[in-house]
Design a protein around this ligand. Structure first.
Ligand code: AMP
Length: 402
């Protein structure tokens, strides 16, 4: 796989480089960026290219527009912050491959940067039809001499700007994609043991495939958040009105058995913070996870669980974490996620490789007051890192190898 390091080794004056970045940042109602982690992570590759003399055309998506322009998902609100972080003005094109993009690209001087409007305003970007995607990729490729893939958050997608464009231009892995793959390799190829994986979040169904594959490599799976209740149910306990995926109870039961057979430790919550409603305005109680009343719901792991999970994390040499331990957006239910964040910080300090996987988990740790440098690595791609750990081939990585 060729990387930006190979590309910047040559004189790029007079050359245009198309960079696929992941700028899919969360915005509030007033269009303020609430976490700029993905913008910051995208800067080094772009700067390396402009320093070598290239004119850089950045393409990215924001949210999930339906294949046509939708002001709600415009990338325009990121331009100011992106320019600040890059230390130079970013020119913005009001479309992706139309007249505005062509004019902006034509006017681009060596060392300048343009950002094109949301890729997903074009149906070809995410189309399942190879020809439709290919036609859009042709238009993107026509804008540049080289392609750099740096949007790690999308490399598991077979999309025009991720996959097809790489078949049309000399292609390189950006620094971010290279660094992410390096870390994920360390998790899958001979990880330092004990290797603990901490999973949380709302949807157990999303994480079952990764759990199945991790049973082959991890020593312990620590499960919290909303997804833990389906496991508790599988152990025969009642979980009240907590999040539950009734269709997955049997699968969870099978995994619990299989883990035992394989000598993989599955660690589940022993106590839970419960409340009568999904709200931060009502009373809360702490009960053993086996004693959740029928009309109450579990919204965070309890204090004993925090201690138990933290001890398992701190005694591990490799830790991967994806998904919050509770409904952390509400203060009364943020303690569990904060405690796990702190345990990873402590593990990092004692020499473990700690990886926070996923945009949402990364945003959660920052929101709770942690900084990126307290962890070994904060991945910019939740879906991509989980699919990698599932053992799947990521189309956007595979195509860079050709
Ligand atoms: P996911 O997208 O599956 O990683 O889920 C993230 C979401 O799960 C966050 O918005 C949390 O608020 C939510 N969550 C985590 N634990 C719980 C819980 N016990 N009950 C309800 N929601 C939860």
């Amino acid at each position: 796989m060729k990387t930006t390091a190979d590309l910047v080794g040559q004189d790029l004056h007079g050359k245009r480089v198309l960079v696929r970045s992941d700028l899919n940042v969360p915005l509030d109602d007033a269009k303020n960026i609430t976490d700029d982690g993905r913008l910051r992570a995208s800067v080094p590759t772009i700067k390396a290219l402009t320093a070598a003399g290239a004119a850089v055309i950045v393409v990215a998506h924001l949210g999930r527009p339906k294949g046509s322009p939708d002001e709600k998902y415009s990338l325009k609100p990121v331009v100011t912050r992106f320019s600040e972080l890059l230390g130079q003005d970013v020119k913005f094109a009001e479309d992706t491959v139309g007249d505005s993009a062509k004019a902006v690209v034509a006017g681009l001087q060596d060392g300048e940067i343009a950002l094109l409007e949301n890729l997903r305003f074009n149906a070809g970007e995410t189309s399942k039809d190879d020809a439709e995607r290919g036609a859009f990729a042709d238009q993107l490729a026509a804008l540049a001499d080289f392609f750099v893939s740096d949007g790690f958050g999308v490399v598991h997608r077979k999309q025009a700007s991720v996959y097809d464009v790489a078949t049309r231009l000399p292609h390189f892995a950006g620094g971010l994609v290279g660094a992410e793959v390096e870390v994920l390799k360390r998790l899958t190829e001979e990880p330092q043991r004990p290797y603990a994986v901490v999973l949380g979040g709302a949807k157990v169904a999303d994480k079952l495939a990764v759990i199945a594959n991790l049973m082959k490599t991890a020593d312990r799976l620590i499960i919290g958040g909303g997804m833990a209740y389906t496991f508790l149910k599988a152990q025969g306990y009642e979980v009240g009105t907590s999040l539950l995926d009734p269709e997955k109870v049997e699968t969870c039961a099978a995994y619990l058995k299989e883990a035992e057979a394989q000598g993989v430790e599955i660690v589940l919550p022993v106590d839970t913070v419960i409340s009568p409603e999904f709200s931060d305005q009502v009373e809360t109680k702490i009960v053993p996870s086996t004693e959740i009343p029928s009309d109450w719901m579990g919204l965070d792991i309890g204090p004993k669980t925090r201690e138990l999970f933290a001890a398992k994390i701190v005694e591990s040499k490799t830790v991967f974490w994806n998904g919050p331990m509770g409904a952390f957006e509400m203060a009364p239910y943020s303690g569990g996620t904060k405690a796990i964040g702190q345990a990873l910080v402590d593990a990092t300090a004692s020499g473990a490789l700690t990886v926070v996987g996923g945009g949402d988990s990364a945003a959660a740790v920052r929101q709770l007051g942690f900084t990126d440098d307290q962890f070994g690595h904060i991945s910019t791609g939740g879906g991509a890192s989980l699919e990698y750990l599932e053992g799947k081939t990521l189309p956007g990585i595979e195509i860079l190898d050709n």
